[in-house]
Ligand binder design. Structure first.
Ligand SMILES: NC(=O)c1ccc[n+]([C@@H]2O[C@H](COP(=O)([O-])OP(=O)(O)OC[C@H]3O[C@@H](n4cnc5c(N)ncnc54)[C@H](OP(=O)(O)O)[C@@H]3O)[C@@H](O)[C@H]2O)c1
Length: 292
């Protein structure tokens, strides 16, 4: 009796421009192999003007979903069939998920990944957080941490305009989605920042420290970091940033950028396959390519 054969691969991937340096494939494909799934994760260069055709192509090829990175996180929305709650609040999508009926729904896993890696160390509920940066990563982390119960966010950003825009979102729509009571402060960042006494969470969500600027320092007074704080850095490459080193030396609990990257990848795979992958396999895949 002949065995049933299936040579059809399921497809997911990442649309970006440029995209060649995006390491996501190095954590997702080993996870698929460890799960015994014959799935492929393709790193696809999609120019902004080709995005509509690329989404149509993903539909035609029956992609199970795809990640979106710069510059497509906002532009992709008009080509989708709907948005998850936090992606709608953020106005940005980094993970598209095909439903059983073929509809493509936009989700945002960046902030969800952050919350999941944070919850391995502590419960965000009722806590007070300092958040550096006002770009996409900061927006995603602020939204999900507030939905997870953080009570106060001190938003610190170099550009006042960008900072105020995020302050408006956080104190308006986000506060409403959280049922009210969310406290938001904005501080324009123009010198070394002193972490206020009583802060429990400190997050660098800027691009300071990202390769090749590995010697760059987040402008803050490291003497104001105390062992009762959880300090997180979003920079995945290199994962041992100066902030991670300083916070570790001062006895803080620390989350590095690889932790967040892996955790958002886990959530993406769960969305696409309905199964939970091995986070250890994924982290090792990334450590191999980053040589850490
Ligand atoms: N680990 C993960 O899973 C993960 C996921 C998503 C993103 N990330 C990382 O997060 C970082 C930020 O991404 P993004 O999408 O939020 O970028 P973005 O939208 O371009 O925002 C960058 C932010 O960094 C600030 N910034 C950059 N250089 C600065 C400097 N020298 N001094 C002070 N502030 C500075 C910018 O301030 P201004 O507004 O003043 O310009 C802005 O707030 C990237 O490095 C990315 O690799 C990691």
């Amino acid at each position: 009796m002949s065995q049933e054969l299936n040579f059809k691969q399921e497809l997911v991937g990442c649309f970006g421009f440029p995209v060649a340096e995006n390491p996501t494939q190095a954590m997702i494909e080993p996870a698929f192999r460890a799960m015994g799934l014959d799935w492929r994760y393709l790193t696809l260069e999609v120019k902004p003007e080709d995005l509509p055709a690329a989404v149509a192509g993903a539909r035609a090829f029956g992609f199970q979903g795809f990640n979106c990175t710069i510059p497509h996180k906002v532009a992709v929305i008009e080509h989708l069939d709907g948005l998850g709650e936090s992606a709608a609040l953020m106005g940005a999508v980094n993970c598209v998920v095909r439903q059983d009926d073929g509809r493509l729904i936009g989700e945002n896993t960046d902030g969800k990944g952050f919350v999941s890696s944070f919850k391995e160390l502590a419960d965000p509920a009722g806590k007070s957080m300092v958040l550096f940066g006002a770009g996409g990563a900061s927006r995603a982390i602020g939204v999900e941490m507030a939905l997870a119960g953080v009570k106060k966010i001190t938003l610190v950003n170099r550009s006042e305009e960008r900072g105020r825009e995020l302050e408006y979102l956080f104190s308006g729509k986000l506060n409403e989605a959280c049922g009210g009571g969310l406290e938001i402060d904005f501080v324009k960042w123009d010198s070394d920042f002193d972490i206020p006494v009583g802060t429990e969470i400190v997050v660098n969500a800027t691009s300071i420290g990202l390769f090749p600027d590995v010697d760059a320092r987040v402008p803050l007074n490291v003497d104001t970091l105390t062992p009762d704080m959880v300090v997180a850095d979003v920079i995945p490459n290199p994962p041992k940033t100066n902030l991670v080193k300083d916070a570790t030396e001062r006895g803080c609990q620390v989350i590095d950028g690889l932790g967040m990257l892996v955790a958002q990848g886990v959530i993406g795979i769960e969305f696409w396959t309905g199964e939970t992958p091995d986070a250890g396999v994924m982290r090792r895949g990334l450590e191999e390519v980053f040589g850490t």
